[in-house]
Design a protein around this ligand. Structure first.
Ligand code: G1P
Ligand code: ZN
Length: 548
């Protein structure tokens, strides 16, 4: 076998976004595109260090198998000693994090575009996770991008393709490739955190019904092992459990608009199950539903933290602190205040939780975008959240809706919604943000109507409390005296044009007012959010294309 040195030249668009490099499949398939990025990554890794093993796998989407074969050959040519590869190329994002940590590898390469659609006309993505199991921090992604802008050659072995369908060991040049069970380590970890006998008792009781929708994505095999084999759930209650390269033609995103079948089951049938849940393409997001009831992800974070003592593992380790991304509602802040523990507000993207978790500053963290997790790994974790809810329901003998309503009664309710303006042009997106930034000094102190006075208006800057790294321009915050908020930011995960996200929040303490229609109760704030940013004038749009 020989190493080939291939001449190439840079692509200007290889800056990793909120969560790795995401492009449409066609771009990734174009000549040198994937190889350039992978070589840029290898150029930034210390492959001479003691840790020379990398984890490799992905969400099973279209182009995963081809990309894996290419990456294996490039890894061998770049001096990687060993690869732990998920069988059939499968590894959910949380399982990859578990495996990196358990086997103390240098890091892992995750092939996923998360909840973006897959298939020949869909998206693909490459994400690098470091030795703590979490997404590469900006210092590293900036370096990878810099390398990609000066690349002139890459190295690739001319060996044969590897059979990924059996758990055994292969050799490519001097590199060993161990094909591993993608599920076992993760399932064992879940079993060590949650009270499986308590959940199993509830599932087997005959009085509890549930459905988990794997959306033809990566969590199918994980749910089959954990919910089915280990917790006794019947196979019919795990829907769309077989991963497919184009996610069955669907959009593997657990939200009220995209998880249609599950939503119909939970909201339209005369006998809806007690519990419904779904995860996304790579298994790190979750949506929780009760019968005729939706749990807002920001509330989910707050509720899990407030009830951590119901789970023996978390009762034992305690809750050190909570972190939420800046646009996530402030529901968790109410919990932290009562528990007298710190709350951290970080920029959007899981990578910002890494330092806080590594340094034991927080136990739980979450994002409004259906992401929640804890200190067991360094990624958000869809099935973890599902198991947490199941454990809570079993321990409390209560329904999803009651658990949420009791939480609101105790802590108040943060009415919350996100309005997306998708596929506007990059210029429009940047102009809106620039215009808002320009207006910031004028906004503080402005009274918009009788009970809406702006107490603070800023462009969110995060200073990492551990390494003091500074992340600027992380979103525009308009904060009102009554704790209401409007937040604006541009998406960092899209592959076409720009998406403007507007997050709107209002706090209501009075439990007699906890049953209002969300859009109706937020309507004044929504109107102000459009006026402040002059959204219609700048985009020509009169309403959001997606409301969460
Ligand atoms: C979106 C979510 C963000 C999440 C990211 C990756 O990013 O908003 O919370 O971390 O996906 O899953 P955005 O498109 O807003 O940059
Ligand atoms: Zn995801």
């Amino acid at each position: 076998m020989t190493t080939k040195i291939i001449s190439t030249s840079p692509f200007s668009d290889q800056a990793p976004g909120t969560s790795g490099l995401r492009k449409d499949v066609k771009t990734f398939k174009s000549e040198h595109y994937l190889c350039n990025f992978i070589q840029s990554l290898f150029n930034c890794l210390d492959l001479s260090s003691g840790k020379q093993t990398l984890v490799l796998g992905g969400d099973g989407r279209y182009f995963n198998p081809e990309a894996i074969q290419i990456i294996l050959k490039m890894a061998a040519a770049n001096g990687v000693k060993k690869i732990l590869l998920g069988k059939n190329g499968i590894l959910s994002t949380p399982a990859a994090s578990t495996i990196i940590r358990k086997y103390q590898t240098l890091g892992g390469i995750l092939l996923t575009a998360s909840h973006n659609p897959g298939g020949p006309n869909g998206d693909f993505g490459v994400k690098y996770n470091i030795s703590n199991g979490g997404p590469a921090p900006e210092s590293l992604t900036d370096k990878i991008f810099a390398e990609s802008q000066q690349i002139s050659q890459y190295f690739i072995d001319d060996g044969h393709d590897i059979d990924m369908t059996q758990c055994n060991v292969h050799t490519l040049a001097n590199m060993s490739i161990e094909i591993i069970d993608p599920v076992k380590d993760y399932a064992d970890q879940m079993e060590s955190i949650f009270n499986f006998s308590c959940i199993k008792g509830m599932i087997g009781s005959g009085s509890f019904t549930m459905v988990f929708d794997a959306m033809h994505a990566v969590t199918g095999p994980y749910a089959t092992e954990i919910l089915g084999q280990r917790l006794g759930l019947d196979a019919a209650s795990i829907t769309n459990a077989k991963p497919s390269p184009n996610f069955g033609g669907g959009h593997p995103d657990p939200s009220l608009t995209t998880a249609k079948a599950l939503v119909n089951t939970m909201f339209n049938e005369s006998h809806a199950p007690n519990f419904g849940a779904a995860s996304d393409g790579d298994g790190d997001r979750h949506m929780i539903l009760g019968d005729y009831f939706f749990v807002n992800p920001s509330d989910s974070l707050a509720i899990l933290a407030a009830n951590a003592h119901c789970i023996p593992h978390y009762k034992k380790i305690g809750v050190k602190g909570i972190a939420r991304s800046m646009p996530t509602s402030q529901a968790a802040d109410q919990v932290a205040k009562k528990m007298q523990i710190p709350i951290y507000e970080t920029p959007t993207g899981w990578k910002f939780f890494g330092n806080l978790l590594d340094n034991d500053k927080i136990t739980f963290c979450g994002e409004e975008s259906f992401g929640g997790g804890a200190n067991h790994i360094r990624e958000k974790d869809g099935l973890w959240a599902v198991l947490f809810w199941l454990n809570l329901i079993a321990a409390k003998h209560d329904s999803v809706e009651n658990i949420v309503r009791k939480h609101w009664a105790e802590y108040g309710r943060n009415y919350y919604s996100r309005h997306d303006y998708e596929a506007i042009t990059l210029e429009q997106g940047e102009e809106i943000m620039a215009h808002l930034r320009h207006r910031l000094p004028l906004l503080t102190g402005t009274q918009l109507d009788n009970n809406l006075t702006i107490s603070q208006a800023d462009d969110f800057t995060y200073i990492d409390p551990i390494d003091s790294s500074v992340s600027q321009h992380q979103g525009i915050r308009i904060i009102f005296e009554n704790q209401s908020r409007i937040v604006y930011r541009l998406s960092g995960t899209g592959t076409q044009g720009a998406t403007l996200r507007i997050y709107i929040e209002r706090y209501e303490q009075d439990s007699k007012l906890h049953d209002l229609d969300i859009q109706e109760t937020l309507k004044d704030l929504i109107m102000h959010s459009l006026q402040i940013a002059e959204v219609q004038k700048m985009t020509g749009r009169s309403k959001a294309s997606n409301i969460v």
